[in-house]
Design a protein around this ligand. Structure first.
Ligand code: ADP
Ligand code: MG
Length: 356
């Protein structure tokens, strides 16, 4: 039996569809219930696309999933896929450990060391909080004085993880650029959050006691996002906001495969193998020598943003044109691994995803 957490609008929509269309026995479970372990007693697979911005999920999703791995349930996301999720500090150590081409990154746990670092650093640099997405916690630091201000705050009252006003301002500039219904709704939603901050955001503790900087890689008008699932890769190109170095969250996406630097695909596939990850998204920028560098990784992504991809690459970098279903790849990989389940995994139809 497959257990799925129904996170409407996210990966679970397609996992449920997948099970229904292939007559695979599944049940919807509530991970927040006290008896969740008992609930899963009949289950061999557990899938939960948990979200970084949900305070409840952040409280215990990792712990629950790790515990289930101990119970020999095949889970998504598993330990190696998610321990570093929404944690740029963890990602720094991990990517340095596997010699992946991470942008030079600096972490300090003491104010003195951080201040000392600014004396011998060339500006601008990029300041980041360890969590957050859509560029909301990523800032360009133009000079030493700005850096010292951020360091003081990092070791003083700290930073909110979700700064509603900053996010609202971002939605306003996106609305000015494109007056779409989607942008109006986003603006209204975040305007409401400025006035009435949702409890789930207020609960997040202040970010303090560390400060994280990255070397600034200039002149990038886009970033390249590569996603690798089960030895297959797909990609998008995201343009930066106007007059801004940040691409993530800009909503301006190109899908042409010819725009994707194949070196990013290659690095993504190789690193995924070393990381033993079920699903990983990498953000790449390019340095002045035009070499691709990773700025961060993530196990989750917005599902629909990739539906217009023109195809995907297999592990030998062969191109497979046409539509594909990455969420099906996730569940198929678990079903393949989970032999005793012996459910009819696409017996009647050719698998989209034979071992490529
Ligand atoms: N060191 C850097 N140099 C240049 N651009 C960067 C750097 N780090 C991030 N960026 C840009 O800022 C965006 C957001 O940064 P990222 O670390 O991916 O944060 P988020 O978690 O918010 O997506 C990236 O999509 C990229 O365009
Ligand atoms: Mg990013």
């Amino acid at each position: 039996m497959v257990a799925i957490v129904d996170t409407k609008g996210r990966f679970s929509d397609r996992w449920i569809e997948y099970c229904k269309s292939r007559n695979i026995a599944y049940k919807i479970v509530n991970p927040y219930a006290n008896n969740i372990i008992e609930e899963l007693s009949e289950c061999t697979i557990f899938l939960w696309h948990w979200h970084h911005a949900d305070y409840k999920d952040q409280l215990f999703a990792r712990q629950l999933l790790y515990a289930l791995e101990q119970k020999e349930i095949s889970v998504f996301p598993d330990f190696k896929t998610m321990w570093h999720f929404d944690d740029k500090l963890g990602q720094k150590y991990l990517l340095e450990s596997i010699d992946a081409p991470l942008v030079k990154s600096y972490i300090f746990y003491s104010k003195e060391e951080a201040v000392q670092w600014t004396t011998a650093t060339r500006f601008p640099v990029v300041f980041k909080l360890r969590g957050g997405a859509g560029s909301i916690n990523v800032k360009l630091v133009h000079n030493k004085y700005q850096a010292l201000g951020l360091i003081r705050k990092a070791f003083g009252k700290g930073f909110p993880l979700y700064n509603q006003t900053a996010i609202f301002n971002d939605t306003v500039s996106q609305f000015k650029k494109a007056k779409t219904v989607k942008n109006i709704l986003r603006m209204l939603k975040w305007g409401g959050y400025v006035l009435f901050p949702p409890k789930s955001y207020r609960l997040f503790p202040k970010q303090k006691g560390y400060v994280y900087f990255q070397e600034f890689i200039p002149n990038n008008t886009f970033d390249i996002r590569i996603i690798v699932i089960d030895k297959k890769a797909f990609a998008i190109k995201r343009h930066t906001r106007k007059g801004d170095f940040r691409a993530s969250g800009s909503g301006s996406i190109s899908y042409a495969a010819k725009d994707i630097d194949i070196r990013c695909v290659q690095i993504g596939l190789e690193a995924a193998k070393k990381l033993h990850t079920q699903c990983v998204a990498y953000d790449f920028v390019f340095n002045e020598q035009n070499e691709p560098l990773i700025v961060e990784i993530s196990y989750g992504f917005t599902m629909e943003a990739y539906d217009s991809c023109e195809g995907f690459w297999d592990r030998h970098l062969n191109w497979h044109p046409g539509r594909f279903n990455p969420q099906a790849w996730i569940i198929e990989a678990l079903l393949k691994k989970n032999k005793p389940l012996n459910e009819p995994v696409s017996e009647n139809r050719p698998s989209q995803t034979q071992d490529l």
